[in-house]
Design a protein around this ligand. Structure first.
Ligand code: GDP
Ligand code: ZN
Length: 309
């Protein structure tokens, strides 16, 4: 049978096939493992499995190639990574201007990660019911920056349900990951998209997790208007990646456009002469905040290199 993994907790996983759920074990772990990763199977994997009706347990026989995946560094010292989820069609970052503040840097890191993973991404500006005229201006400033690069931005509020149906349409027939700081309203939004899911919102979940070291697993939910949502508790971004500094600007679409005018092919847009990116920055066709994020990522990756080599 063919199916999709919707939950994976070590050796056992849940697979959905023809709208039915099956508990499955993983066959001869080592033969299936991609040795690069600590977990052999991840939420979102497309698999082939056999099912033992008598014992009500399935056996994963094959994992199809992943079109993409997001990872995080393992908590143990193996230096291996853990796949959080795979075969993602869309990554939505939920952003709030205040309560909590989402910084430009945080947004830009998310977008760079999505570009690196080749996952389409969009930004949701939530809690707009809380905005006075000052915050409203700030939101417009944020949205203008990202809209003009080509990232779609959508503003929402769970109270007047603004644009919720628009998000429902976006998710149709897709596998979507919701990211964002804790408290921005991810669970509240997902519950609005499909009220039968009843994800725990802040007050409840923070009570439960206080001071307890919990291992959290990603989980995939089918929503009744079509599509799947992947909830990644405790993971704010799309995972860590080490970027090659020469490629970094390749993950900023507006820098890619501007760098066509750079004199040097390997220009990293710092202080090189005749640099198209620096020129665009002067002309305000590249936002200062985006360039600052670029510099900060550049610096981080350079430090990373210094410390490791
Ligand atoms: P998560 O940590 O991202 O899943 O955030 P939650 O969904 O748990 O929401 C955190 C808090 O923000 C809760 O108290 C929600 O009621 C509140 N919240 C979520 N969306 C909105 C919104 O659009 N407007 C306002 N005013 N509050 C919201
Ligand atoms: Zn340049």
């Amino acid at each position: 049978m063919k199916g999709i993994v919707i939950k994976s907790t070590g050796n056992l996983c849940q697979v959905i096939s023809d709208n039915k759920k099956y508990s499955c074990k993983i066959k001869g772990k080592n033969r299936l493992i991609d040795i690069e990763f600590t977990n052999p199977i991840a939420v979102g994997d497309h698999v082939e499995f056999s099912y033992d009706i008598k014992n009500q347990i399935g056996l994963i026989e094959k994992i199809n190639n992943r079109k993409n995946y997001i990872i995080r560094k393992s908590v143990n010292l193996s230096h291996k990574s853990q796949i959080i989820a795979s075969n993602i069609d869309l990554a939505l970052l939920v952003v709030t201007i205040e309560d909590p503040i989402t910084s430009f840097n945080f947004i830009d890191r998310f977008l760079v990660q999505a570009e690196a993973y080749k996952i389409q991404s969009k930004l949701i500006f939530n809690k707009i019911d809380l905005h006075d005229s000052r915050l409203e201006l700030k939101r417009k400033e944020y949205q203008h920056i990202y809209d003009s690069i080509g990232y779609e931005t959508i503003s929402t509020s769970i109270y007047d349900k603004k644009n919720i149906s628009k998000i429902k349409d976006l998710l149709k027939d897709k596998v979507t990951v919701f990211s964002g700081h804790s408290g921005v309203g991810k669970s509240s939004l997902i519950n609005l998209l499909d009220p039968t899911l009843k994800l725990k919102t802040k007050e409840l979940s923070s009570y439960h997790n206080q001071g307890v070291h919990t291992t959290t697993y990603a989980e995939m939910f089918q929503i009744n208007s079509g599509g799947y949502i992947i909830d990644t508790p405790g993971i704010r971004g799309l995972g860590l990646i080490n970027l090659n500094i020469e490629f970094l600007s390749g993950y900023f679409p507006e820098m890619v456009r501007a760098s066509k005018d750079c004199k040097f092919k390997n220009c990293i847009h710092l202080n090189e002469p005749k640099c198209g990116v620096l020129h665009a920055l002067e002309n305000n066709t590249i936002a200062e905040s985006r360039y600052k994020s670029y510099l900060s990522m550049l610096e981080k990756n350079t430090n990373y290199r210094k410390n490791n080599y």
